[in-house]
Design a binder for this molecule. Structure first.
Ligand SMILES: *Cc1c(COP(=O)(O)O)cnc(C)c1O
Length: 400
């Protein structure tokens, strides 16, 4: 089929709300770690649709699960029981701290559910949630308010009340902010949009202790780093803590839209019929895809392989940092989410670096105006990591 890339760009720019800065590529297909554009050019995809297509593009097992379910039953609403959602909920509960799951369609919606649950648990006296500066929790009004980056708030007054932002990394400051109105602390175990910034283990454990002492809920936003990305099924497993609520989305459906809020013992029975709902939440096709995702993540050795590949990627990037000391200050991350933190001067050219990488055949992005972020699929091979590292090296050598 002939694809008119110019027409697609024109239609998009004319008819879709102007909210995204897009790369000029029209992507037509993918396979595994590779994408192809309308001109037939191939790219190594180290972004995975922002940590979504963790099991690769056009994954045959997921495609089969989606096709099978779509030709059986796409939707009936939550006024009925359906098998795929039931199976997925059981899998998520049995493999986590949680007792119950609420299904939504996106990350922001999963966080909305978490926020409502925490408020219902704490109300009427306690309904404020503290989040961290540099955080990202979504673009709906409440999740935007929860997001600890004021650039996302500008122009949208009045900002919904009930959120305060603590300075990142400062446990004492956080302690001082807790008061009798606080019901929860919400944070990402590793800030993805904030520039691939992991929380120090002692910091997150300190937050857990603070929650225990003040009878607060700990909400972990694992939308970007959950589901195998860090080399464990959930990122909290690295920190030796148990959260009260976690939220998932991105990789859960390998591209089918789905979000989930997992509630632990303290709050599992806080929601009662009528408290919350979603027409599409737990949709049979999205949950059928997610069931296939979960069974792959839980296969013997799968997560161990992610951890090993993560170490390998880290080693490669660290070597590049040593070759470009004035450009890259630090390499950080966990598993297969890694960031190359740019020096001040290099960060000014962060967007150009990403464009140049793209010209050289590698898709990555620039997160939090500080780090080149690499999010390959969890199914990436060593050879593909070698290729990506080669492209990064060549690109930086051409620019600096
Ligand atoms: C992407 C993301 C969200 C928002 O998810 P959407 O599906 O875009 O609504 C929330 N929190 C984190 C940590 C994310 O990475």
């Amino acid at each position: 089929m002939q694809i008119n890339a110019d027409k697609i760009r024109e239609q998009t720019d004319r008819y879709i709300c102007n909210t995204y800065g897009r790369f000029p590529l029209v992507i037509v297909e993918g396979k595994g770690c590779r994408l192809k554009d309308a001109d037939g050019r191939e790219y190594l995809d180290f972004l995975s649709g922002i940590a979504v297509t963790s099991l690769g593009h056009a994954n045959p097992e997921i495609a089969a699960a989606v096709c099978r379910q779509a030709s059986t039953l796409i939707h009936v609403s939550n006024l009925f029981y359906t098998a795929p959602a039931a199976e997925l909920a059981e899998t998520l509960v049995k493999n986590s701290f949680a007792e119950r799951v609420f299904f939504a369609n996106s990350g922001a919606e999963a966080n909305e559910a978490a926020i409502k649950l925490a408020r219902k648990h704490g109300n009427p006296e306690r309904n404020e949630i503290i989040t961290l500066s540099g955080s990202f929790h979504g673009r709906t009004l409440a999740t935007m308010a929860a997001t600890g980056q004021t650039r996302f708030h500008q122009g949208f007054d009045p900002i919904p009340a009930g959120f305060r932002h603590a300075p990142f990394g400062d446990l004492d400051a956080l302690k001082k902010m807790v008061n009798k109105r606080t019901c929860a602390i919400m944070c990402e175990p590793l800030q993805g949009e904030g520039g691939v910034r992991p929380l120090a283990p002692g910091y997150l454990r300190g937050i857990r202790e603070l929650c225990d002492h003040g009878d607060l809920l700990l909400i972990l936003d694992e939308i970007q780093v959950g589901l195998g990305r860090t080399g464990r099924l959930f990122a909290y497993e690295h920190f030796d803590i148990v959260p009260d609520i976690i939220t998932l989305a991105k990789a859960l459906g390998n591209g089918m839209p789905i979000g989930a809020m997992l509630a632990g013992e303290k709050v599992a029975d806080t929601f009662v019929p009528g408290d919350h709902a979603s027409t599409f939440g737990g949709n049979p096709v999205a949950t059928a895809a997610a069931n296939r995702v979960m069974s792959t993540l839980l296969e013997d050795g799968f997560l161990a392989r992610v951890a090993t590949l993560g170490d390998y990627l880290d080693k490669k990037l660290t070597k590049i940092r040593q070759s470009f000391p004035g450009v890259i200050n630090e390499v950080r991350g966990m598993g297969l989410i890694r960031g190359m933190v740019l020096s001040r001067t290099a960060a000014d050219r962060g967007v150009d670096i990403v464009k140049q990488l793209l010209d050289n055949g590698l898709i990555a992005n620039f997160a939090g105006n500080t780090a080149l972020r690499l999010l390959p699929p969890l199914t990436v091979t060593r050879a593909e990591i070698d290729d990506a590292a080669g492209i990064i090296e060549k690109t930086l050598a051409g620019m600096f």
